[in-house]
Design a protein around this ligand. Structure first.
Ligand SMILES: Nc1ncnc2c1ncn2[C@@H]1O[C@H](COP(=O)(O)OP(=O)(O)OP(=O)(O)O)[C@@H](O)[C@H]1O
Length: 236
């Protein structure tokens, strides 16, 4: 299994982000209250936010290392990103949304990849539809398919279930778990729902006010976070 190592400093206005964690990449949750720095951490891993200093490694692959003056561009990182609101292109149909990141691949490769992803994400028959003509769950599946098309080595999900109702959320969580197990793809998912992290994640990284407060198995770490939230005294 590959290790994801993330250590960097970044000032965002008055907010100081100083992240430091290393995890075995399975389905990892980045958990914390609003404004703790979760989305900014994903952006830094994807190469959309540039830290002042630090290093980000996925296994042996260097994504960023300020000492070695390496800052891989977004495409070279091979990191898939699903944004909170899915950010589908409204004027492009499902097929063109999914193939957006592989436009330069030969037509036959694109067709094959599209067919594979439509089947994997249960989107068969919907390829001609525009995003507006899809349900929330279908939109989310298209966003995941689009992120998977260039065959990333890491998938980043920013609160993937925020925009759907609770019944659908349950179903989509289960689908994500099955997808991750099937593809064996490292996933880092932002969440601020305890139940979601407990249900899905193999490891949780807790962020509080811009720095990592705990890393470990969700049942253990969240129990501690709960005690801290309640203001109770608790130590390991
Ligand atoms: N480009 C920026 N310029 C200035 N401040 C920023 C910028 N981006 C983020 N911030 C601030 O950094 C802090 C962390 O933001 P971030 O979006 O990473 O938190 P979050 O944990 O993902 O929050 P939420 O759960 O609400 O999405 C916030 O106080 C935010 O206002």
């Amino acid at each position: 299994m590959v290790t994801l190592r993330v250590r960097f400093d970044k000032r965002l206005g008055n907010f100081a982000l100083a992240v430091d964690f290393a995890v075995e990449a399975g389905l990892v949750a980045l958990f914390g209250p609003n404004g703790s720095g979760k989305s900014s951490t994903l952006l830094a891993i994807a190469g959309l936010l540039h830290p002042e200093r630090g290093a980000i490694y996925l296994g042996e692959q260097v994504l960023f290392d300020s000492e070695r003056r390496i800052d891989q561009p977004v495409q070279a990182r091979r990191v898939g990103f699903v944004f909170q609101n899915y950010a589908l292109f409204p004027h492009l149909n499902v097929a063109r949304n999914i193939c957006f990141g592989i436009e330069r691949a030969p037509a036959a490769t694109r067709r094959q990849k599209l067919a594979e992803l439509l089947a994997l994400l249960q989107l068969d028959g919907l390829q001609e539809r525009l995003p507006l003509e899809l349900s929330g769950g279908q939109r989310q599946r298209v966003a995941i398919a689009r992120a998977l098309a260039p065959e990333p080595q890491l998938l980043l999900l920013d609160e993937p279930f925020a925009a759907v109702d609770s019944a659908l959320r349950e179903q989509l969580r289960e689908e994500l778990l099955q997808l991750q197990q099937k593809l064996q793809l490292p996933v880092l998912m932002v969440s601020h729902a305890r139940d979601e992290v407990l249900q899905l994640a193999s490891t949780v990284v807790c962020l509080e006010a811009g720095s990592v407060s705990a890393v470990g198995p969700p049942a253990m770490v969240l129990e501690r976070a709960f005690y801290l939230q309640e203001g109770a005294r608790f130590s390991w």
